[in-house]
Design a protein around this ligand. Structure first.
Ligand code: MG
Length: 211
C-alpha cells in the first residue's frame, strides 16, 4: 500500500446531511483532521471501535489520495492519484457535547480506527467519478449512497482550500464529506464499501472497551 500522511476531512459538504443534523450549510469549506492512528484499510477483518462512549455513526465518503506535491493552479485530475470509499466514524454523542461546549471535535472524530477506507483504486478523473454512486451496505442492505455531484464544495475547491490553509502533498488523503443517511453501527455489523456497484472493501464491527 502507498504511504499515507495527513488525513483531512471535510464536514457538512452535502446540504441534505447538514440539515439532518440541524447544522447550517457552510459558506466556505469546513475541515478537520484525524491522527494517522485512525487509519485502517477494510480487508474483510474485524475492526475494533469503542463500545463505551455512546453511539458511533457511520459517514460514508469518497476519499481521494494526493499523488504529488500540490502547486498553485494544479487541477484535481493531476493532483489526485487514487481514490477509495471511506467511513468517517464519529462518536455522535461525544460530538454533540463538544459542539455545545464549543470544543474541537478531535475526541469524537480522532479515535483509533475512525478512518476506515476500502482498497484504493486509480482515480479515473472528476468527470468519470460523477457518473457513479458510492454506497455503504450493512448486513446486505443499502444504508447510504451518494454522488459527488451533490457536494457543496467540489473537489477542486477542497484541494485549493486545503493546500492554501494546511499544505497538501503526496500521501495526504481527504475524506470529502458524507451525504445524508448517517446512522449508528452495532456490534457484529458487516459493512461493504461500494463504488459503482463494485465492493472495494469489507469489514465487521467489533465494539469493545479495550483496543
Ligand atoms: Mg464526515
Amino acid at each position: 500500500m502507498k504511504e499515507i500522511k495527513n488525513i483531512y476531512c471535510v464536514g457538512r459538504n452535502y446540504a441534505a446531511h447538514a440539515k439532518e443534523l440541524n447544522n447550517e450549510v457552510p459558506s466556505s469549506p469546513f475541515l478537520f483532521s484525524k491522527p494517522t492512528h485512525a487509519f485502517v484499510e477494510a480487508r474483510g477483518q474485524e475492526i475494533h471501535l469503542p463500545g463505551n462512549r455512546g453511539s458511533i455513526h457511520f459517514e460514508t465518503e469518497l476519499v481521494v489520495r494526493i499523488g504529488k506535491e500540490y502547486e498553485s493552479g494544479m487541477k484535481a485530475d493531476e493532483a489526485i492519484d487514487s481514490m477509495a470509499i471511506g467511513i468517517d466514524f464519529t462518536l455522535r454523542d461525544v460530538q454533540t457535547e463538544l459542539k455545545k461546549k464549543g470544543h474541537p471535535w478531535l475526541l469524537a472524530k480522532g479515535f483509533p480506527h475512525s478512518a476506515v477506507v476500502s482498497e484504493f483504486t486509480a482515480f479515473p478523473g472528476v468527470e468519470k467519478v460523477k457518473k457513479a454512486d458510492f454506497m455503504l451496505m450493512i448486513n446486505g442492505e443499502k444504508v447510504q449512497h451518494g454522488n459527488i455531484q451533490n457536494m457543496i464544495f467540489n473537489l477542486q475547491t477542497i484541494l485549493d482550500f486545503t493546500a492554501e490553509n494546511f499544505g497538501l502533498g503526496e500521501g495526504d488523503i481527504i475524506f470529502t464529506g458524507t451525504p445524508e443517511g448517517v446512522g449508528q453501527v452495532k456490534d457484529g455489523d458487516h459493512l461493504s464499501l461500494v463504488w459503482d456497484n463494485i465492493v472495494l472493501g469489507e469489514c465487521v464491527i467489533k465494539l469493545t472497551e479495550s483496543y
